[in-house]
Design a protein around this ligand. Structure first.
Ligand code: MN
Ligand code: MN
Length: 487
């Protein structure tokens, strides 16, 4: 306990001090000011993909990235994606995707890194303590929009390429860098498909450099949950009715909906839909062991969320239910009365919204049938004359990699070398469509090797990356490329 307490007092810098010093690492240390300056230059470009008025800056950001890759000696192709209609009749030029290549030696493995150059919106008045587009160093952190998501991570990778090129690239490196990630990666899946037999044909490994660690300990992400999103629509009268005139005389749509929503999940979070757990991969001893070693602090989660009692009270149980078991959440009700005040309406039509996070080996079309059958059954048992309809509007599959693939072993060795610690093998509770897309379309090994910290606040105010993660992360990518040659 005391040891844990002392550890929690230490900063990540002290906890994870690198032990191995070699020429490559020395070179990176010697150039950290240049690396921070470049991040500063890139953060200053407001490449917000959601704002049409910033589109020129986003296009400029892609050019700057291209120029730097050329300067490093890479070959670059800019793949055009055409136009985007962002409101009726108004079109915008989509930023091109950068396809780059360093080295073309058939005796070496080829690894393709994915990242993005667009950012979320940011304004000082949203509550930033610094100017969001002015990189500011404070207490060992580099604050600014895009520092963690994802310019800082991509730059760490590019700097790794820059440093390792001095001694010779151990692998062929490809880059696939887009500019529309924050708004749904329009056109990207089609481009991956188009480039399958050209750009991607000789790629052995795909690495996504756009993820955080679970704690101050480096994490390698090998899975993400999918999501099936459902709408339950219940329709009663032709129009909304007055509860004074009709209360006690009609079957109410809202009551039907609440009844159905309450049959989905119990107080302990158990999903009540028959068969839903049937395809969930059983937990084995080896996997259980992995969870024991994870660095994760429940007290911090309590403090951060203000939630005193979680559904599970050990770190292992909590993380398993976040990552490797399905969950059902009720999100809201459309229609009906939701404002302040005391309107006495009987809503004619209401739509309940909920989703089920998917894990291997759940199949969205099976889940769709299980949910529909269950709700239709329950509704007919209720004997309400109202009309009920269930619709699945999103059916995103989960993603799970085999962590014994060579690139995972190489990444673990690289973490050990740079940080002198075993990497946490982690998953994402949310959905990472790009990982599943790469795997499905290309059939290649995919890994998420990011360098973001758990408290970087991507998308939020005061986004940052720690200087430690940024510089040691550069060493991590460089080491990863070196270790990859031994598998
Ligand atoms: Mn990102
Ligand atoms: Mn993002």
């Amino acid at each position: 306990m005391l040891l844990l307490y002392i550890l929690s007092l230490l900063t990540s810098q002290a906890y994870l001090s690198p032990v191995t010093k070699d020429a490559l690492f020395q070179y990176i240390d010697d150039h950290q000011n240049d690396y921070i300056q470049r991040l500063k230059d890139w953060v200053a470009i407001e490449s917000d993909s959601s704002d049409p008025s910033k589109r020129n800056q986003l296009q400029h950001m892609m050019q700057v990235t291209k120029d730097y890759i050329l300067q490093l000696g890479g070959n670059v192709e800019m793949a055009e994606l055409g136009e985007q209609e962002y409101s009726p009749g108004r079109k915008l030029h989509l930023p091109p995707v950068i396809l780059a290549e360093f080295g073309n030696d058939t005796n070496k493995p080829t690894v393709c890194f994915y990242g993005h150059m667009d950012v979320q919106p940011a304004k000082k008045e949203d509550g930033w303590i610094t100017e969001p587009y002015t990189l500011t160093e404070k207490d060992g952190n580099l604050y600014g929009r895009g520092t963690s998501d994802d310019k800082g991570q991509v730059l760490a990778l590019l700097h790794a390429v820059e440093s390792i090129k001095k001694i010779g690239l151990p692998v062929n490196v490809k880059l696939f860098i887009e500019g529309m990630e924050e708004v749904g990666s329009q056109g990207l899946e089609q481009l991956v498909e188009e480039k399958k037999n050209t750009f991607f044909s000789n790629v052995n490994y795909i690495v996504v450099t756009d993820t955080p660690w679970l704690s101050v300990k480096p994490g390698i992400t090998y899975g993400a949950r999918g999501n099936c999103y459902f709408l339950i629509e219940v329709k009663g009268a032709r129009r909304d009715l007055h509860s004074g005139g009709f209360g006690g005389t009609v079957y109410e749509a809202m009551s039907d909906l609440i009844y159905l929503l309450d049959l989905l999940v119990d107080v302990k979070g158990k999903i009540l839909i028959p068969g839903i757990y049937e395809d969930v991969l059983p937990l084995n001893e080896q996997e259980k062991e992995l969870y024991k070693g994870l660095e994760f602090n429940l007290d911090e989660l309590q403090a951060d969320t203000g939630v005193q009692t979680f559904l599970h009270n050990t770190k292992e149980e909590l993380l398993m239910h976040r990552w490797r078991f399905p969950s059902l959440s009720i999100h809201g009700i459309e229609g009906g009365f939701s404002g302040s005040g005391t309107k006495t309406v009987i809503p004619a039509k209401v739509i309940g919204k909920f989703s089920i996070r998917q894990v291997p080996n759940m199949n969205p079309s099976v889940v769709e049938k299980q949910v529909s059958d269950y709700l239709e059954n329950k509704f007919s048992e209720r004997k309400s004359p109202n009309k009920m309809k269930v619709n699945m509007v999103i059916g995103a599959q989960p993603w799970l990699a085999n962590m014994n693939e060579p690139q995972y072993l190489a990444a673990r060795k690289a973490v050990k070398r740079v940080f002198n610690i075993d990497a946490d093998m982690i998953r994402a509770g949310g959905t990472i469509p790009i990982a599943k897309n790469f795997e499905e379309v290309l059939g290649k090994s995919v890994m998420l090797l990011g360098i973001g910290g758990p408290d970087d606040a991507p998308h939020g105010q005061n986004e940052k990356i720690s200087k430690f993660n940024y510089i040691e992360g550069t060493k991590l990518y460089a080491s990863f490329m070196q270790e990859l040659t031994s598998f």
